[in-house]
Design a protein around this ligand. Structure first.
Ligand code: 5XR
Ligand code: SF4
Length: 307
C-alpha cells in the first residue's frame, strides 16, 4: 500500500482536510492542505466551508482551538499522547489562586493553554500578536501565562507590568537554545541573521537579529534580502523555510531542538486517524463558548502580521 496515495484518497472520499503545524515532520507537512501556526490553521479551517473532517497534525491544545472555532466539523488529533507540556503547566486551580490574589487585574493567556484554562481568561494571544494584545488592554498590570519568557518579552516591549503565571512556565524545546551554540554557527556563517522565538531565554533574545513567532519568521526570511539564517525554534520549521525559499540557507541553532510531542504524528498515525476517524476532540459547553469568546476577542485586535 502506498500510504501517501491512500491518505489522499480517503481524504477526498471523506471530505477531510489535513492541517499541519510548522513543527510537523517533513513528510507530514508535504501531504497537508495547509502548514502554519495553530491560529493560522484554525482560521483556514473556518474558511473551508465544505470540509467535514479536520485532521489536525499538532498537539492537543491546537486541536481543541480548532474544535472550538469549528463546532460543525469533526476535529481529529492523530496521536492522543501529543500534549504540549507547557500548556499542562497552567491548571485551572492555579488560575483561580492568582485571580484571588489579583481580582482586578486582567488575565491574558497564550493560546498554548488547554480550553479549560482559556475559559477563565479575558483574552488570548499567540506569540505573533502578544505585544498588540497587551497594548490593546487599558490596564498597566496584566496576569499572563503560561510562558515566562514570552511574558518577559512582552513586558520589555510594552513597558507594562506582566505577572507570569505560573511563576516559571516554559517550553522545554525552546529552552535548549544557548548563545554558545550560536557563536559557533555565526563563526561558520558570518552573514547569517539569527531568528529567535520569544519562548527562548532572554540571553537568546538579546543576541537575535529578529524575534518572532513561526509565522513571523517565515515572513521575515522571505522578505529579507539576507541569504542565510540561523533559526532558534523547533527544527520542523526549517523544512517549510527551505521549501518556501529554495535560494536561501537555514541552519538550526541547536541540532537537538525537537518537540517530541509534535513528532508523534507520523504518516501511519494520520492514515489510521483518517480511516477510523479518531481521536475526535470535543470541548464541552460552556467551556467551549467561554474559550471561544477569549479567542474571538483576540481576532478583533489589529494585527500587522495577520495571525
Ligand atoms: O511553540 C509553539 O507551539 C509554536 C508557536 C508558533 O510560533 O507557531 O509558538 N505557536 C504559537 O504561536 C501559538 C499559535 O499558533
Ligand atoms: Fe509545547 Fe514547546 Fe512543543 Fe510548542 S514546541 S507544542 S510550546 S512543548
Amino acid at each position: 500500500m502506498d500510504i501517501v496515495n491512500e491518505i489522499l484518497r480517503i481524504k477526498k472520499e471523506k471530505k477531510a482536510i489535513i492541517l499541519a503545524h510548522n513543527y510537523q515532520r517533513p513528510e507530514v507537512q508535504d501531504i497537508a492542505d495547509y502548514v502554519g501556526d495553530s491560529i493560522e490553521l484554525s482560521r483556514k479551517a473556518m474558511e473551508e466551508k465544505d470540509a467535514e473532517i479536520i485532521v489536525f497534525a499538532a498537539v492537543d491544545f491546537m486541536a481543541e482551538s480548532a474544535a472550538i472555532l469549528n463546532p460543525d466539523k469533526k476535529v481529529l488529533l492523530p496521536s492522543l499522547g501529543a500534549r504540549c507540556p507547557m500548556a499542562q503547566m497552567l491548571t485551572v486551580e492555579e488560575i483561580k489562586r492568582w485571580r484571588t490574589l489579583y481580582p482586578l487585574v486582567p488575565l491574558v493567556l497564550y493560546v498554548n493553554t488547554l480550553a479549560a484554562a482559556k475559559a477563565y481568561c479575558d483574552i488570548c494571544c499567540t506569540s505573533a500578536n502578544a505585544v498588540e494584545v497587551i497594548e490593546s488592554i487599558e490596564a498597566e498590570t496584566v496576569l499572563f501565562g503560561p510562558d515566562r519568557n514570552l511574558a518577559e518579552y512582552v513586558q520589555e516591549k510594552t513597558g507594562k507590568t506582566i505577572i507570569p503565571i505560573p511563576e516559571r512556565g516554559f517550553c522545554p524545546t525552546h529552552l535548549l537554545f544557548h548563545p554558545e551554540d550560536v557563536h559557533v554557527l555565526r563563526a561558520q556563517h558570518p552573514d547569517a541573521l539569527l531568528m529567535v522565538h520569544p519562548e527562548c531565554t532572554a540571553e537568546m533574545r538579546r543576541i537575535a537579529d529578529f524575534v518572532g513567532s513561526t509565522s513571523q519568521m517565515c515572513k521575515y526570511a522571505s522578505s529579507s534580502p539576507a541569504k542565510s539564517f540561523i533559526v532558534a525554534t523547533e527544527e520542523g520549521l526549517l523544512h517549510r523555510l527551505k521549501k518556501d525559499n529554495p535560494d536561501k540557507h537555514f541552519y538550526i541553532a541547536y541540532e537537538g531542538a525537537v518537540c517530541p510531542n509534535m513528532k508523534l504524528n507520523t504518516l501511519e498515525r494520520i492514515y489510521i486517524s483518517l480511516k477510523e476517524e479518531k481521536h475526535a476532540v470535543k470541548v464541552p459547553d460552556p467551556i467551549a463558548s467561554k474559550a471561544r469568546k477569549a479567542l474571538e476577542r483576540m481576532f478583533e485586535i489589529k494585527n500587522p502580521v495577520g495571525t
